[in-house]
Design a protein around this ligand. Sequence first.
Ligand SMILES: [Ca+2]
Length: 287
Amino acid sequence: MISSVIVYLFLDFVATAEGYSYHAILKGVNNAVSLIDHVSDVAELPLCAKLCEKKECVSFAYTQAQKSCKTYSKRHSLSNNPSNDGYTYFQKKADGENTTFARLAPIFIFNDRVWTVVQRRFNGNISFDNDWNAYKNGFGDPLGEFWIGLELMHQLTASGPHSLLVLVESWKGVRKYAQYDNFELAPETDNYRLNVTGYSGTAGDCLNKKNHNHMQFSTKDKDNDLTHNSCADAFKSGFWFASCSSCNINGPWKPDTGINDRWAVVWYTYDNRFRPMKKAMMMMSCL
Ligand SMILES: [Ca+2]
């Protein structure tokens, strides 16, 4: 039931703020749903969503790799065994005669909880050297690398208690995590100030140890850090900078050459050095 709360918060918020043309979100399904159609050569996600505009369709699945789209007449339900068929699953909300859609966000199951992915890095295809408006409203491709947007994250944390989960993975494929039981983002009037408590995990409490906690968000055009210079400008990314970059999973994506490099996707407490990470993912979940 937690998951459906997340889904509908997304739908309501995005429908009013953006009128976005994507459906929402579910990954991890049972297969007891009725297939309407299976269409191949569907070039992109919005076209698959369009195929689900017909009345009997309530959910769909799409894989960019195979350009394949499936539409269904029943909803999927979450299970603890996410399907590994390469498809990402979406559901739709019909509002009277209009069909409203939400910005897509994948869901991830970790420690028996459902987490909504709000940030993801893994191939360097998307630049994170973006301005305030981009970080506020979101950018990137939810099927690839993306940042979901500070305003949406704030709205979600303002709607009820949330936890934060950060997963980081080295170029050797070793994944570690940092979980914060309580996660809150202040409104834009306070520059989306970060507040986290209740750390547990294996990647280390980087946000507290490196003073990112309680900081306002900074971008290259809005410097809210504690230095005379602009950390966002220097580190080509937006983040909750204090005196620059120690846990900056929004930093430039690059290979790990074995040399300390803080101009990278880093989470210092991973092994107490500036090691460029191959993958990073930031997620939130309501309590
Ligand atoms: Ca500054």
